[in-house]
Ligand binder design. Structure first.
Ligand code: GDP
Length: 425
């Protein structure tokens, strides 16, 4: 059975660690959306690896990793990541394949990202300014450039004319209107010899791999509440990080996706703008941020922190059809006297038990909390469920009850072996 690992909250749930942990059970790890705005931090024997674009499965020898058609690729960022992996002693060799249908992030996408955020002023989304959104805009606007298009080396072919037109459009929009399309094209030409050996029809590759009995793990980036369709629009990312994205972002049938596991932190965080009903701005928020080291892996930005939002995770269970939860960072709650779980929202006179579709309404909601006892004995590094303090077990049970999904994995630290596996996936 294949497996899809995705974020059940607002991203940064610790998907990288879970994917890394489960990789030995799989043959192929495939990323289906997003770009190098994602940041997965993985610790292996004390060594820190931060992956942005390349699936974290790459840290395991012999595993094949795929960047699917649903991903947007900045060749410069990809090469930087490959170079860093080499420096850290990871041999990528021919283990990485990039879909010929993945769209390319071009220099003007980065500029347009910054420009659009500046224009929005106070209504800014809080993007990573890496050109991801504008690259997806060009994709949907049917003027994008795909990785496979870079093979066109002619001076007057479709690639040259697409770049020419897109740079002209950029020059009409941006103050300093002197970007030369020839320079952009030249950079792509320079990148192609290094990129070309990685480029493949990855849908066909996956089809053959699965037919030969290989197991595939689908890796989502960001999280359900940041999904372009199902998230807190417009404060979302530009792609579908939910389970359906795995099929469209890799060119496999929905039945191939297999088991779906939602990764959820034992509390809640969000980076960037947009509603976060359980946000704690005082000392407790600071306590979670410092203990959980809640600073963005891609940007270093401090993450907004709050209590666990059971309404949000139950929603994630619904839109993804979750089969299991992986609860991470339980250890961050060690030593707290009392914990709170948001089980519903108060919105004016209404009590909502389901996530509202209207983002303004969500922003106006107040969390309704249930209190739970904290635990004194640390959970950090615990590997056996029975060794958890009684209160921590009660807390996990509450997360299962409120989502209707069982916690197959509980993570109690950042290292691979700081994990409780209750059910094989
Ligand atoms: P991702 O994008 O979902 O992979 O999440 P990030 O990598 O941005 O953030 C997760 C961070 O939490 C990383 O620094 C992980 O090493 C760390 N982490 C993951 N699981 C645990 C855990 O159970 N406990 C603690 N303390 N840290 C964890």
């Amino acid at each position: 059975m294949n497996l899809c690992v995705l974020g059940a909250q607002w991203g940064d749930e610790g998907k990288g660690k879970i994917v890394d942990l489960l990789t030995p059970r799989f043959d192929v790890v495939a990323r289906y959306q997003g770009g190098h705005n994602a940041g997965h931090t993985v610790y292996v024997q004390g060594k820190k690896f931060v992956l942005h674009l390349i699936p974290s499965g790459i840290l395991h020898p012999r595993k094949i990793c795929i960047i699917g058609n649903g991903v947007v690729v900045d060749p410069t960022a990809l090469f930087k990541e490959l170079d860093e992996l080499k420096t850290l002693g990871v041999d990528v060799g021919t283990r990485l394949l990039v879909s010929d249908k993945a769209h390319v992030i071009l220099p003007y996408h980065r500029e347009l990202d910054v420009l659009s955020e500046a224009r929005r002023g106070e209504r800014k989304i809080g993007t990573t300014s890496r050109g991801i959104g504008p690259a997806y805009e060009d994709k949907i606007g049917r003027r994008g450039v795909r990785v496979g298009d870079l093979a066109d080396q002619s001076n007057d072919g479709p690639l040259a004319s697409a770049i020419h037109e897109n740079v002209a459009a950029r020059n009409r929009l941006v103050g300093n209107n002197d970007m030369r399309w020839q320079d952009v094209l030249g950079d792509l030409r320079t990148a192609w010899p290094r990129l070309a050996p990685l480029v493949a029809d990855t849908s066909l590759f996956l089809h053959k791999a699965m037919a030969a009995g290989n197991r595939v793990m689908f890796e989502g980036a960001q999280g359900t509440l940041l999904d372009i369709d199902h998230g807190t629009y417009p404060f979302v990312t530009s792609s579908n990080g939910t389970a359906g994205g795995a099929a469209t972002g890799l060119g496999v049938g929905p039945k191939s996706v297999g088991t779906v596991v939602g990764v959820a932190k034992a509390y809640t965080t969000r980076v960037g703008e947009g509603p976060l009903p359980t946000e704690l701005t005082g000392a407790m928020g600071e306590r979670l941020r410092e203990t959980g080291q809640e600073y963005g892996a891609s940007t270093g930005r401090p993450r907004r922190c709050g209590w666990y939002d059971a309404v949000a995770v139950r929603y994630a269970a619904r839109v993804n059809g979750l089969d299991a939860l992986a609860i991470t960072k339980l250890d961050v709650l060690d030593g707290l006297e009392e914990l709170e779980i948001c089980t519903a929202y108060k919105c004016g006179a209404e009590t909502l038990t389901e996530m509202p579709g209207d983002t303004a309404q969500l922003a106006a909601c107040q969390p309704i909390y249930e209190k739970m006892a904290g635990w004194k004995q640390p959970t950090r590094g615990v590997t056996n469920y029975d060794d958890l303090p009684t209160e921590a077990k009660a807390y996990i049970r509450k997360l299962e009850e409120t989502s209707g999904v069982s916690a197959a994995i509980i993570s109690t630290g950042s290292e691979r072996d700081h994990t409780i596996i209750r059910r094989e996936l």
